[in-house]
Design a protein around this ligand. Sequence first.
Ligand code: PXL
Length: 284
Amino acid sequence: MPTPRAAVIHDLSGFGRCSLTEVIPILSVMGVQCCPLPTAFLSTHTGGFTGFTFLDMTEELPKVAEHWKSLNLRFDAIYSGFLGSERQIGIVADFIRTFREPDTLVVVDPVMGDDGKPYQTYTPAMCAGMAHLAELADVITPNLTEAAFLLNRDYGDLLDGGRALHDEGALRRLAEELSLGGRRSVALTGAALSPGQTGAMCFDARTGRAEAVQTEFVAHPLHGTGDVFASVLTGALLRGDSLRDAAALAVEFIHDCAVRTVEQDLSLREGVDFEPLLGRLIGR
Ligand code: PXL
């Protein structure tokens, strides 16, 4: 089988594991060729750090797309994550329309925020644009905050104002609602069936069914775990796993990385200590 190839549109943050510093090693170890389009270059990620540098790569993206088109490059997956400007939303949508083929897997991780708040560089216009971009996806991987933004709902009102936070039926209905009538698959992250657990509620557009995968809750906030989740999920989907199995692998991997991060008393803003565990993703 030829090595699957993924175009990954995400930022490169020099310190604080997230985005491309997680996506590239994870996809590589899972046997996927990763072709990065960096949306911005930052000195650190924006969660838990201040004073970070931010080089916006908006101007570069269409030039890269044009060159890749001239080379007739083809992608088995297109995966987008953290965007650097409002204008990038249209550029990424054009990229998807240009390179998508009938079998291309389009994963949009609608990276916008956490804990009810947008990330420091995200404007309301970017969040509104992200909802349009996500309409092009086969699979989306929002956390609960991003789910509220996608549905244009108040985070505080989501899941019955928090009263239904651990209600399996309410989480299932939320994932179904995010599927836009079953047109796209959803892996809703940070979905916990009880306070001691965490995981994902998956709505699979292929089967029309929603199913939860759960693990033991370890710590919060653990930076970069959403990017690990979307990366493992994309790698596993590309090798033919079902959405549920792909999500279960991602949830289990993040749990094990979180345990070793906490056991070593590492700074949570530096991201999960995933590198020593990468071997677990080989051939699974
Ligand atoms: O993990 C999401 C993410 C990605 N990229 C950058 C971020 C964040 C979250 O804070 O700041 C630059």
